[in-house]
Design a binder for this molecule. Sequence first.
Ligand code: GLN
Length: 497
Amino acid sequence: MTDLTRLTAAQTAERIARGETSATEVAEAHLARIEAVDEKVNAFLHVDREGALAAARRVDDKRAAGRELGPLAGVPLALKDIFTTEGVPTTVGSRILEGWVPPYDATVTRRLKDADVVLLGKTNLDEFAMGSSTENSAYGPTGNPWDLTRTPGGSGGGSSAALASFQAPLAIGTDTGGSIRQPAALTATVGVKPTYGGVSRYGMVAFSSSLDQGGPCARTVLDAALLHEVIAGHDPLDSTSIDAPVPDVVAAARNGDVRGLRVGVVREFSGEGYQDGVMQRFTESVDLLRELGAEVTEISCPSFTRALAAYYLIAPSECSSNLARFDAMRYGLRVGDDGSRSAEEVTALTREAGFGAEVKRRVMLGTYALSSGYYDAYYGSAQKVRTLITRDFQRAFDSVDVLVSPTSPTTAFPIGERADDPMAMYLADLCTIPSNLAGNAAMSLPCGLAPEDGLPVGLQIIAPAMADDRLYRVGAAVEAAFHTRWGHPLLEEAPSL
Ligand code: GLN
């Protein structure tokens, strides 16, 4: 009998459409898998068993009535717990929203439901998506299915771990500085940060609004494309949403031809701090691209070396402002409201109890950087660096079609190793942050295991804004060639849980 949890999303949808299996069977198989392994992995903060089975039943009824099904109808999905879900708890990994049940759906949630995707539940994340290991979650860390003593990356570690442990074939993440791509790299899954504005932020709890971008996570490039198509597109409820046609990512994922494509290797993404095995697999990927007919050159983007510093001023600044709404008056937790205290005191007590250390650190950093007298020196300078980074990209894309780099400088690190060292944690996003600052599109996909530790390495592909389809074209080519070389998808080498 086929194990339904091992199929790709495309295969699952096809089987359901043909009537070879029911959406209910598929949902039940995934719920059973969650039951069996998630105690060890901790990918989910909330499993919506009833909701998932009801959604699956609707798909089966629709099919029985002869009504048309969308391309992902009946496929289960794990949703990062940063998107609001009507009637289903949304915590953002924080105590401050514990028990909060949103009265409305995020646009992403709504589009998934409209496409008959089956929402299994909400996945774990670093509190307010601030982190690179999921250890900043108020609800305990998530384990990496490749080695449960290691982190699956972050902030979207729950989503990537759910995919890598076959608890869901599809997931949604958000990427402010790398939180879709870095977890994808550390778990041998595929993650895409679309062009900024490509996927609506409405109902996505804000961390750093000019950087935050929701996007698809999957186990194959085609599955990511199918999901991308469902969630992307203009949304009048998000003023930064792009009002233009979505690039044809599905056609690109089915094409996978890179002959004549100009690929730039970013010179600045190598050297000190990059693990040997990561660089080895990356170099092999570049050789592979050459074998597949791409023209490879080296490109220098000198301002990228300042990206981390600029990001850690801009992101905390925006977060300090965004998180001001958690004032104990409107949502979730309220501490000390016994009639003896002022509203200000209740707000302060609630924020003290409700926010974790990393969130407080960033709110303080951001408040400082934005305060009068320091604004130009910190926030203003960071914005100038942001412009320089955007120009580096523009110059690069004058001569190449895509850029490539490792996604993360290292493989999955042990839980606890960087927990008390914010700087070491911040370095995980060295290669991913420039694309958030510039707003362009980027993907991570598996490119092998590092020989020294046997853990997954991710290849990052970067495309200009609004050229998300290029990611899928290159990704599909690389994925197909690697599968032929390995004889199977990389995830099949992961230990069984
Ligand atoms: N690790 C980065 C941070 O902590 C990125 C997080 C994200 O992309 N949400 O800010």
